[in-house]
Design a protein around this ligand. Structure first.
Ligand SMILES: [Zn+2]
Length: 335
């Protein structure tokens, strides 16, 4: 089960057993911790870190707001490397049916939102492959996706702070945790929501049962791409502070709940197989996976599925699911 690291950043610090990692093929190695500066303040509330904060593997949890900030704080070059062509190749990210499933999930989300939103354009912040934007366009709705590393007819390489106008929906679908100034981005986004329109934010739930169960190996830590590790409380408060009406807080709509458990359970096995890497196309893997490792991880994933389903049902029922999706509305003047 030999793994060959593809990332030049990881190679430069001595491959899989470089400094500061978990001593195996963990994804946290996607950037060199040696050359990145320490995080000095909370990326969510700007509290300057001191001895009151909790220093964890690869992140610091703020004593003031409860959000954790990735530490060390990666440079632009390190992030560019972490999002390199290998991460999201043109051929698609996942092997087998994975990309088709992703496409269908995004289309389902667009269908549901299209029915409940007032007429008007939709802004998808962090549009990724553009699947969600294209699904809105198929409904005949104007839609724009923002993606700093993306391209396509409806994609703009811009930050949300550069956008103005009035939108019937502004969506952060697993993207807020990727931006350097998430609270600022969120605050600006709330000003773009038209009266009667919606703000929809889905992020990994850093205080979920699965986050606590798997700790430093939790699937959705995804260092260094996830720069903040957000709690539902912090997210809801920020949206309410901006004057929007929170209509729902869902612990399953954000997806990835069952996968988070399967991934975590498989990662507990000897060799700590990374199931997320295994299901990606070979050109989209952070480390080359041998056939033996792929079969081992996939078999373990199938075996872990019943346990993962039960654990997911429990954490969703306890409102502590692995992701949180908040939907909020700007009231119309008449309300
Ligand atoms: Zn904070």
């Amino acid at each position: 089960m030999s793994n060959t690291t593809k990332s030049p950043a990881a190679r430069s610090e001595g491959g899989r057993n470089g400094s500061g990692d978990l001593g195996d093929g963990n994804k946290a190695l996607a950037y060199s911790r040696v050359s990145a500066p320490a995080a000095i303040q909370c990326a969510w509330c700007e509290h300057v870190f001191d001895s009151s904060d909790e220093y964890l593997h690869g992140r610091v949890r703020c004593s003031q707001c409860g959000v954790a900030t990735t530490n060390p704080w990666p440079s632009d070059a390190q992030l560019a490397e972490a999002y390199g062509d290998w991460y999201r190749p043109k051929s698609g990210r996942f092997s087998g049916l994975g990309d088709k499933v992703l496409h269908r999930l995004r289309a389902g989300l667009a269908n549901r939102l299209h029915r409940v939103l007032p007429p008007g354009p939709v802004l998808d912040v962090g549009a990724g492959d553009g699947n969600l934007v294209e699904a809105f366009v198929r409904h005949g709705r104007e839609a724009v996706g923002l993606e700093p590393y993306g391209s396509g007819p409806h994609i703009r390489q811009a930050e949300v702070e550069e956008v103005d106008g009035s939108w019937s929906a502004v969506i952060f679908w697993h993207s807020l945790e990727h931006v350097r100034h998430p609270a600022r981005a969120l605050s600006h986004a709330t000003t773009l929501v038209a009266p009667g329109g919606k703000l929809i934010v889905a992020v990994p739930n850093a205080t979920s049962m699965q986050a606590r169960a798997f700790g430093d190996r939790w699937f959705a830590l995804d260092l260094p791409r996830h720069l903040t590790h957000i709690s539902p409380d912090a997210l809801v408060s920020k949206i309410q502070e901006a004057g929007l009406q929170v209509e729902s807080v869902s612990y399953y709509r954000g997806g990835q709940v069952v996968f988070g458990w399967v991934h975590g359970l498989v990662g507990l096995l000897p060799g700590h197989p990374d199931l997320y890497d295994v299901i990606r196309r070979s050109e989209a893997q952070s480390v080359e996976q041998s056939l033996a490792m792929r079969l081992y991880a996939l078999g373990a994933g199938v075996a872990a599925l019943p346990v993962a389903l039960v654990a997911s049902a429990i954490e969703v029922a306890a409102r502590s699911g692995g992701t949180v999706c908040v939907e909020a509305r700007r009231e119309t003047a008449a309300e």
